[in-house]
Write a protein that binds this ligand. Structure first.
Ligand code: AMP
Length: 446
């Protein structure tokens, strides 16, 4: 399938070509036609699938096809895109500009942490497309800086993430400020109960589409677990970076403090590093990201929320310095690497305390991740594998180095892994073996 078949306006086709997009991604193929027909859409897609263009293109096409109902003197925004973070908002704004470059629509991006006045000026000048984070937009709406009564299309981007970040009430309040008659496009990687409920309430006979979950784990990303004592993680990280001569590494920590500390320690040890997290000013974040993209710093240490939506093409290495508490975040994290068919490497430094988190992640992925001990960094306590040995051996026939070592390890919601690890069923006193079978099922991908 080519972009030709999507019947996009010639100006959009030119912009698509200058962005270097040769053919539509799966989500674009599925989302663009019904969206252009004016239908409501519930789309299951993750970052990295091309979902931004999947809503920006139809939005531009629709705006172009219909003039303002109240005439050109009406300067209220016609399209509202809500997204969880500043970085995502900025990137959507850039996509709108890039794809709309041959059309004459005005767009603006509004998020917290920066002054109100430039945003107010943009509202006063008038605009067509407003990209915003919910909190700041609600502030503006409360101060009557912007009138949302002219919104024709609402896009909720990364709805599940907005829920995680506590924006659900803000979103509901914003929706009440919009005209009831409008088109709704909702994008989410997962569909927890609250998001389904929101979709049910606000959508009008939506078309439901799903882009295959990016199979980065099996295809383009090689994943490895290095078991290591917690206090030796930093040394192991430095060792891996130096030994592998890694030039561009995104490292995830769980806390802002941890991100700062690690970046300072790496820097002191001769590995250039910067931290990016919510306590940093927008300017500091932008600078850190630019330094990283341009190779001036080798390591970017980030928390999940700050890293969310950072668009860096073909990032070669992602390191989980600490595992995320929420298994889905692991998928988001490693989604930063191996994009666009390029190979990537995702490495997790896992200490004994994180065993259960690792089990949860493997349940979510429905596969095991090969464990590789690094000489000189073997954990001092507990058995040498981060996971019950049976986990790998039942179905893998010893191929523990390969990406698909245990693809046949199917997860059954009732019974757990088909491999049936005795240790996980019976329990173990070893801190490496305390994996409890969990029955949580991931929605959205099934
Ligand atoms: P997103 O999922 O929106 O974050 O997009 C991920 C990356 O894919 C961005 O860098 C886009 O510029 C890029 N992209 C979007 N659509 C296409 C396409 N059709 N062909 C190639 N790259 C694309």
């Amino acid at each position: 399938m080519s972009f030709q078949q999507l019947n996009l306006h010639p100006s959009l086709m030119r912009a698509v070509a200058s962005c270097g997009y040769e053919k539509p991604t799966e989500i674009q193929l599925k989302a663009i036609p019904p969206a252009i027909e004016g239908k409501d859409l519930v789309a299951s897609a993750q970052t990295g699938t091309g979902k931004t263009a999947a809503f920006v293109l139809p939005v531009l096409q629709l705006l172009n096809a219909s003039p303002r109902q109240r005439g050109p003197q009406d300067r209220r925004p016609r399209v509202l895109v809500l997204t969880p973070t500043r970085e995502l908002a900025a990137q959507i704004g850039e996509t709108v500009v890039a794809l709309g470059r041959h059309l004459s629509f005005r767009s603006t991006v509004v998020f917290g942490g920066v002054g109100y006045e430039p945003q107010n000026q943009a509202f006063r000048r008038g605009l067509d497309i407003l990209v915003a984070t919910p909190g700041r937009l609600l502030d503006h709406a409360g101060q009557r800086n912007v009138d949302l009564g002219g919104i024709e299309i609402l896009v909720l981007d990364e709805a599940d993430r907005m829920l995680d970040m506590g924006f659900i009430h803000d979103i509901k309040r914003i929706i009440q400020l919009l005209p009831a008659k409008r088109q709704n496009l909702l994008f989410s990687a997962t569909f927890p109960h609250e998001i389904r409920e929101l979709a049910d309430r606000m959508m009008n006979a939506p078309v439901s589409i799903e882009a295959a979950r990016r199979t980065m784990d099996a295809e383009s990303v090689s994943q490895t677990v290095h078991p290591v004592d917690r206090e030796r993680k930093r040394d192991l990280l430095a060792h891996l970076i130096k030994q592998g001569d890694w030039k561009q590494v995104l490292v995830f920590t769980r806390t802002k403090h941890g991100a700062n500390k690690l970046s300072e320690q790496l820097d002191r040890g001769g590995i250039t590093a910067a931290a990016i997290h919510g306590n940093k000013s927008q300017t500091a974040r932008t600078r850190a990201l630019a330094d990283f993209k341009q190779g001036r710093v080798r390591v970017l240490v980030a928390t999940d929320i700050a890293a969310r939506g950072i668009d860096i093409e073909s990032l070669p290495h992602v390191v989980n310095f600490e595992l995320p508490h929420v298994a889905e975040d692991y998928v988001h994290r490693i989604g930063r690497t191996g994009r666009a068919g390029l190979s990537g490497q995702a490495v997790s430094l896992v200490s004994g305390e994180e065993q259960e988190l690792m089990t949860g992640i493997q349940r979510l992925l429905k596969r095991s991740i090969p464990v590789v001990e690094v000489d000189g960094f073997k954990p001092t306590a507990g058995p040498s594998l981060a996971l019950p040995r049976e986990f790998f051996s039942r179905n893998s026939r010893g191929r523990s180095g390969s990406g698909d070592a245990s693809r046949s390890n199917r997860y059954d919601a009732k019974r757990g892994f088909a491999g049936g690890s005795r240790r996980s069923e019976g329990g173990s006193n070893s801190r490496w073996g305390k994996s409890k079978p969990r029955t949580s099922v991931v929605t959205g991908y099934e």
